[in-house]
Design a protein around this ligand. Structure first.
Ligand code: GLU
Length: 484
């Protein structure tokens, strides 16, 4: 048997973290078993579905490296298949027309509430006679199609994550609507609904394993009944745990992030986010291993090692994983990724002319990055011709020897000395001796003269970068002027 799994997002919003994590698990399972991963866009809700969301979902999955083998298939292009299935169920007497009006349904609910009963459809039109049907139609009523759910049924399945599952037919809310009333009175029934469409698709697409969020468990019970009614093999089901925030509630808009774009904009790398998502609910065989490529995770992935309990979203861990990936990126790639952030902050980045300089800068700040968005903060001391003297910087320049350090280095640079890491270090050592001060005084003063502040990236490398632009001399001159 070839494993065939799918991700079936509704394009009613941008690619959501929960959907993306479900996609990760499906992708891993498909790759682990040499199977196929299918993308299906569940766009039957015409009011809420938008082409831009379909686009965003595909771009997001691709960005994360979750390539699909088949699709995208669109439910709106498959309506005929759903209609046929509904007709089959009607012909078999497994579905029927229900003519209840919204008011009648509301009244039913009110009565149930008054009796402290759970709201459900009471199956009142299950056995209408042809005469009763004709009478309702003569009144101009339109029918929905309901699928019969036997209250006595017990629906069991062996969930690949949650183990043995049991649902009672009586807990499914009564006979289920599978098609709305027709928009066009000439049609026999209207728009097919979610549970029916999913089952028809999963049958047609020969899906062997349905791996999806645990919020679909009740749907699974209903869908199993539909498989049986349509005389199709029931696939395996695996319900993945929800993603929770640190308070233990479902991660939501209130947590500031929902879509994959939000994470991208926050400066996370796709490979780091995908890596993190594999660990959101799955424990690898070596539970200490935390850094994985998707392909590596796939070679070890199994549904048995997916937890039942909700998966807490851990920002510190995501940050840590992101930093591990960032620190390993070659400078040339880092420059490409950081350029939009530098440009966004108003700096001119001309890689054709100055590519080597930007690469050295990326190599210098790379180890201090947690997110790409840190790129500006970590490099801004080196991106302008002038310095801004911090209060501690000003204080440092008042220390004995500071002015002499700046003057001496300025004079030395004016001679056109070639600045290398070696020559810079030698110069600092010589100056320390000549001035009879502590080396720290020289280093700190020079740092302030070059960068305006007492903290920052490696001094010698920073100096070299500034030197290539000719900014070391102008900055030292600026600092000296404040001491004049
Ligand atoms: N369209 C459903 C959703 O976005 C997925 C249904 C499924 O995976 O069966 O939640």
């Amino acid at each position: 048997m070839t494993v065939r799994v799918r991700i079936a997002p509704s394009p009613t919003g941008n690619l959501h973290i929960g959907t993306a994590r479900t996609a990760v698990f499906n992708w891993l399972y498909a790759r682990r078993h040499g199977g196929q991963f299918i993308l299906r866009i569940e766009d039957t809700d015409l009011e809420r579905s938008k082409a831009e969301y379909t686009e965003n979902i595909q771009t997001g999955l691709t960005w994360l490296g979750l390539t699909w083998d088949e699709g995208p298939f669109f439910q709106t292009q498959r309506l005929e298949h759903y209609r046929q299935a509904i007709q089959t169920l009607l012909d078999k007497g497994l579905a029927y027309r229900c003519y209840c009006t919204p008011e009648e349904l509301e009244q039913m609910r009110e009565q149930q509430k008054a009796q402290n009963l759970a709201p459900r459809y009471d199956n009142r039109h299950r056995h209408l006679s042809p005469e009763q049907q004709a009478a309702f139609e003569a009144e101009g009523r339109q029918a929905v199609i309901r699928f019969i759910i036997d209250d006595e049924r017990e629906i069991r399945w062996q969930d690949q994550i949650r183990g043995q599952m049991l649902w009672k037919g009586s807990d499914l809310g009564g006979d289920m609507v599978i098609a709305r009333t027709p928009d066009n009175p000439m049609d026999s029934f209207g728009q097919p609904l979610y549970n029916l469409a999913v089952v028809v698709d999963d049958i047609d697409m020969a899906i062997t394993h349905v791996i999806r969020g645990e919020d679909h468990i009740a749907n699974t019970a209903k869908q199993i009944l539909l498989y049986e009614a349509l005389e199709a093999a029931v696939p395996e089901f695996a319900h993945t745990p929800l993603i929770l925030n640190k308070e233990g509630r479902k991660l939501s808009k209130r947590d500031g992030v929902t879509s994959i774009d939000d994470f991208k904009n926050m400066g996370f790398l796709p490979q780091a986010l995908a890596n993190y998502m594999t660990l959101l609910g799955w424990t690898p065989p070596d539970s200490t291993q935390e850094i994985f490529s998707l392909a590596e995770a796939a070679s070890q992935f199994s549904l048995e090692r997916v937890n039942k309990a909700g998966a807490k979203f851990d920002w510190d861990k995501l940050d840590w994983i992101n930093s591990q990936y960032l620190h390993q990126l070659p400078p040339v790639e880092l420059v490409t990724l950081l350029t939009p952030y530098w440009q966004g902050a108003g700096y001119t980045v001309d890689l054709e002319q100055d590519g080597a300089w930007w690469q050295q800068l990326a190599a210098l700040i790379g180890p201090s990055l947690t997110r790409l968005t840190d790129g500006v903060k970590e490099s801004q001391l080196l991106l302008t011709e002038a310095i801004t003297l911090s209060p501690e910087g000003q204080e440092q320049l008042q220390q004995p020897g500071a002015k002499a350090v700046l003057t001496d280095i300025s004079d030395w640079l004016a001679t056109g000395e070639v600045l290398t890491a070696e020559s810079a270090k030698t110069k600092i050592n010589e100056l320390t001796k000549a001035l009879g001060v502590k080396k720290g005084v020289v280093m700190k003063s020079l740092r302030v003269g070059l960068m305006g502040t007492v903290h920052g990236p490696d001094l010698i490398q920073s100096w070299q970068l500034l030197h290539q632009k000719g900014w070391d001399q102008s900055r030292l001159a600026q600092a000296l002027q404040t001491l004049a």
